[in-house]
Design a protein around this ligand. Structure first.
Ligand code: 6GU
Length: 228
């Protein structure tokens, strides 16, 4: 998969060089290219924002650098990417959304700052490809960078070969519509705290049934919305 990221803070994405995704990049499974939006400005101050039409607080990102960024990435690719714009005004980014994006050969992440990006940028991107406005949740971050990082990690780990053992993907929270069961490892007693007997019993059927009950109970307590 190819991923192009456009941001005025490309350094946010330096950490994509470490851990599982860093390894996947080294192995050629992920081709991640991070770009500075200011490279597509032409004035001395490399301006990317301006005051909002209609008034109001804050600044809005100007459309021209974004248009050039979109065109430059398109010109350098075989087909149109899916354009993802992280924004608290987007549809919820869920595991289902991550699975859908993981099947795409090419994603473009546009990271906005300030009060947002001129709306015409989304209209223009939609005229040349598919556009997804996606939100991590009901709270506000200072810009799209941290949200894009979360989305890139959630999508990247679903690409075949990135996570070593594919079985570990199937059993996670949000893959079966429920939260994952609790996990334990050695020692069997730690600071006076034990491990549920059933996990030490060796009865695979009973273990599976216990885990299923734990998943359901935990989902009922913590995330009743998932069961509704
Ligand atoms: Cl995707 N962007 C920003 N700026 N804030 C957010 C978000 C995204 N998701 C939740 N809060």
């Amino acid at each position: 998969m190819r991923i192009d990221v456009v941001s005025i803070f490309p350094a946010f994405f330096d950490v994509l060089e470490v851990s599982l995704l860093g390894k996947a990049r080294g192995r050629g499974l992920l081709d991640i290219r991070v770009h500075d939006l200011r490279d597509w400005t032409h004035d001395r101050h490399r301006t990317v924002d301006d005051t909002p039409y209609g008034g109001g607080a804050g600044m809005v990102m100007k459309p021209e650098p974004w248009g050039e960024a979109i065109d430059a990435v398109r010109a350098d690719a075989s087909g149109p990417p899916v354009f993802v714009f992280p924004t608290p005004a987007g549809r919820p980014f869920t595991q289902r959304a991550a699975r859908a994006l993981a099947t795409e050969p090419h994603l473009f992440f546009g990271c906005g700052r300030y009060e947002g990006i001129d709306e015409r940028v989304f209209d223009y991107a939609a005229s040349v490809g598919r556009v997804e406005l996606l939100s991590l949740g009901d709270y506000v971050l200072n810009g799209g960078e941290v949200a894009a990082m979360a989305m890139i990690e959630a999508v990247g780990r679903l690409i075949p070969g990135v996570v070593g053992n594919p079985d570990s993907l199937a059993e996670e929270s949000h893959e079966g519509g429920m939260l994952e069961h609790p996990s334990y490892t050695k020692p069997a007693s730690w600071r006076g705290l034990g491990v549920p007997d059933v996990l030490l019993s060796g009865h695979h059927g009973e273990i599976a049934a216990w885990r299923a009950r734990q998943s359901e109970q935990r989902t009922r307590e913590r995330r009743p919305d998932l069961l509704a």
